[in-house]
Ligand binder design. Sequence first.
Ligand SMILES: Nc1ncnc2c1ncn2[C@@H]1O[C@H](COP(=O)(O)OP(=O)(O)O)[C@@H](O)[C@H]1O
Ligand SMILES: [Mg+2]
Length: 415
Amino acid sequence: MTEPATRVLLFTGKGGVGKTSVAAATALRCADAGLRTIVISTDPAHSLADAFDTVLGPVAAPVEGHEFLWGEQFDAQDRMEESWADIRSYLLEVFDWAGLEGIRAEELSMLPGLEEVFALSDINTYVASGDWDVVVVDCAPTAETIRLLSLPEILAWYMERVFPVGRRVNRLVGPVLSKVSNLPVADDAVFGAGRRFYDRLDGVREVLADPEVTSIRLVVNPEKMVIAEARRTYTYLSLFGYRVDAVIANRLLPEAIKDPWFERWKTLQAEHLAEIEAGFAPLPILRASLADHELVGSERLRGLGDEIYVDLEAHRLLHRDDPLGVDVNPDGTATLRLPLPFASGDDLDLSRSGDELSIRIGSYRRVVSLPDALRRRPVASARLNGGVLEIGFGCRTDQRRPRGGSRSVAREARR
Ligand SMILES: Nc1ncnc2c1ncn2[C@@H]1O[C@H](COP(=O)(O)OP(=O)(O)O)[C@@H](O)[C@H]1O
Ligand SMILES: [Mg+2]
């Protein structure tokens, strides 16, 4: 198998668990191995530069003292100003078009999701450039990360409706729309700007959802609330089709500590670690102990990297799992399988509209376009089976049973 040109490693977890330290250590390890590595922090509470004990800005620049390592502390405001004209004119026209007049340009920067668009577009650009072997992303705490990662698909969903088949069709539809609703219809210039805006994200979902390219690593501490959040994250990431390839259990109390005061803590940690290992299996659980110092500077980050990865190459895919799949069963029915680790039936909600299936867990919703094999089939059942959502579909409604009975039906089913 050929190696993908670039690997993208995203680190996420609850605030303070050690995301930045682990991301920095990982990036350094990759760079030390001679891989051209860029590490980007997308958490507005930047501490990447502090971890390296250096200065990093919103523009990618070499990390001092390392031949193959670059860094960037992503700044949405900076990116927005850089590409402001494009986006502003487009968005203002769209709002105008929608009848929301009087929106000021500055107010646009508060649009939810816009920050994420820029961060994603940076990642996309680095991957597309071919200049990097590894792109390491030190993500914001979990909720923002999920927002970030759910964005491309949501945007695509809207864009396909706003720009159905491109401008040509709009010319045909435009006059009709105007007549019906009296709303001004976006002109060619707006379409151009809109497309350019959207093109920044073109392919980003494919990049991030391709396990050969992108791996997400969950950083946890052996603590109840941290683990609970990591489980939910794992569920949501799986919902959107993103792949986790390892869990990093950080801040484990070292064996060497014999102080009685810490004995109780060590017992608790051991229990939580066992829970992590059982719950997240078969994902590899990498470990890092609580150091007796802050993890600042290359030497210490290198030590952290050695401890976490031992003899593993940090940029490799550490675990390969089963993605969303469809089975056509011998009796002509079909089953859609979507891994949803830790999901519970109580917060799962399914609905179908035409050839789209909407799957909601908690406050996150994914709309899946049904693959061809499942179209024109009624949903017959749904259940969670060992962390996998299994949706049963009946036989195709357009395949009438041919005369002659079961033999032909069996033949149909094999098609
Ligand atoms: N294993 C560890 N041992 C000692 N200190 C740690 C360890 N992991 C993280 N730290 C320290 O904890 C603080 C928070 O870590 P950081 O990586 O910034 O977390 P996050 O990015 O998740 O908020 C930093 O001062 C870091 O040096
Ligand atoms: Mg951080």
